[in-house]
Design a binder for this molecule. Structure first.
Ligand code: PFF
Length: 455
């Protein structure tokens, strides 16, 4: 069993374990599926620079805020707010986070299910000898079907629940420890293969040479949104993980290290994908289907592509899994701690309910594609509501809570481990938490709601 921490809670037992688990949450479909296609849609290098700025200025402080709330509250996303602000309405931020977690898990498992299917397709060598039209066709005929994508989604959800069921230490830490370094290694191999392709330079230039002529408010907002989703901030996943971090671990360092790891993996994914896209004369702005339609195409034209395609989709499935366990953990920690449901029951209940909602997301690409609300089908609606509304609103309230509600002395106490660590840049951090972060996040949120127009 895991070591007992404060009040007998399970804790991560090593610093490496915490880094792996938190980085495992951050690194997922957001980095490897979403990041490349958003970069591709947003014109490349300039987007990347803005994204990096947001990670540094907003991502790290918001992540730190979640860790502070979680470790100080020693509870789940909702319970931590109740404990730190008794009798106040702040716990509603936790409620919102749990709702967001549930929604994200539902649609996340759809894409993760596609990934699992692509692992088997790669093993079966299904893409060999196909034209890009036929590869598109293969994707279309798969993801619009009813039965098969649902089965893969269920398998993915079962895997997530199985990891959660084995508990904090034995589950998350053990799996993350093994999987994360493995994942990085595979991505490096992919990136090396990609940049040694003929004509790869153009892809590297696309990714790293900023062209600010393409930047408008939409690109800036897309960069902020991507930073948010990618770092797993705004819904309490890292409040929950923060509650498992021991009192002697350095929250500031962990936030910086996890953010750097997440960002490097996203860039690595970009380096693995764009040179190959350009080398084979394909379009970078393919949209959300990018990896599922373009990559098999590339792989089957590469020497050794059979193995690279298996490696890539296994990698993506692993990344998705270490993120989905952090999402499910938000709901399970709430159910066990606030409603006194056993961990076993809570996991099954949450996974089954999320799979049920998730099934509608999956079917919304096929039989339910005509069921729409304000032009969004079910998948799009859940994604929009969770990612564009709930995450920014949650993040906004989280920084306001830490910046304005919590006592600066308590924040300092938490960051300095009760005065045992030297805290640098505390005033800069407080300025960001009080002013810069809330204002920037509010811009994202209100723009997505159409309340303001930034341009
Ligand atoms: N950050 C994850 C990814 O990049 O795939 C997705 C995610 C996980 C979002 C956990 C939010 C969250 F709380």
């Amino acid at each position: 069993m895991a070591n007992s921490g404060v009040e007998g809670r399970d804790c991560f037992t090593s610093k490496f374990g915490i880094i792996c688990a938190a980085a495992g949450s951050a690194i997922g479909l957001g980095n490897i599926w979403r990041f490349p296609y958003v970069v591709g849609d947003s014109g490349g290098g300039a987007f990347l620079l803005i994204y990096l700025g947001f990670i540094l200025l907003l991502g790290i402080p918001v992540m730190l805020s979640e860790f502070i709330i979680g470790r100080r509250g020693q509870r789940n996303a909702l319970g931590s707010f109740k404990k730190l602000a008794p009798g106040k309405q702040w716990y509603l931020v936790g409620v919102m986070g749990i709702v967001a977690a549930f929604m994200i898990l539902a649609f996340y498992s759809t894409i993760a299910g596609w990934t699992l299917h692509y692992v088997t397709q790669s093993i079966a060598d299904s893409f060999a000898g196909k034209t890009s039209g036929e590869i598109n066709q293969l994707f279309d005929s798969f993801h619009t079907r009813s039965f098969l994508p649902l089965i893969w989604q269920l398998i993915f959800m079962a895997m997530t629940a199985w990891i959660i069921l084995s508990g904090v230490k034995r589950g998350i830490e053990k799996y993350a420890k093994v999987l994360m370094p493995f994942l990085v290694l595979m991505l490096i191999i992919m990136a090396v293969r990609s940049i040694t392709l003929e004509g790869a330079t153009e892809g590297l230039l696309f990714l790293f040479r900023p062209d600010f002529s393409a930047v408008d408010s939409g690109v800036i907002l897309a960069a902020l949104g991507q930073a948010f989703f990618s770092l797993s901030i705004g819904m309490g996943a890292l409040i929950t993980y923060g509650s498992y971090i021991k009192k002697h671990n350095n929250l500031g360092n962990i936030s910086v290290e996890v953010s750097i790891a997440d960002t490097l993996i996203a860039i690595l994914a970009g380096v693995a994908i764009f040179p190959a896209v350009f080398a084979f004369g394909l379009a970078p702005d393919e949209g959300p289907g990018l990896i599922f339609t373009v990559l098999p195409n590339i792989f089957q034209q590469m020497p050794g592509g059979y193995f690279f395609s298996i490696i890539f989709f296994v990698l993506l499935a692993i990344a998705a899994l270490t993120s989905s366990i952090s999402i499910l953990e938000v709901v399970v920690a709430y159910l066990t701690e606030e409603l006194n449901i056993t961990r076993h029951k809570a996991t099954l209940m949450a996974a089954i309910a999320a799979a049920f909602v998730g099934a509608f997301c999956t079917l919304s690409f096929g039989v339910l594609k005509d069921v729409t609300i304000s032009e969004l089908h079910i998948f799009g609606l859940l994604d929009f509501t969770a990612s564009n509304l709930l995450l920014p609103l949650g993040g906004l309230l989280i920084v306001i809570f830490v910046g304005w509600y919590m006592k600066p002395s308590d924040i300092k106490d938490e960051i300095s481990n009760s005065g045992t660590l030297k805290v640098r840049l505390f005033n800069v951090l407080m300025f960001i938490l009080k002013f810069i972060a809330p204002i920037a996040i509010a811009i994202v949120l209100f723009d997505s709601l159409g309340i303001i127009r930034v341009n």
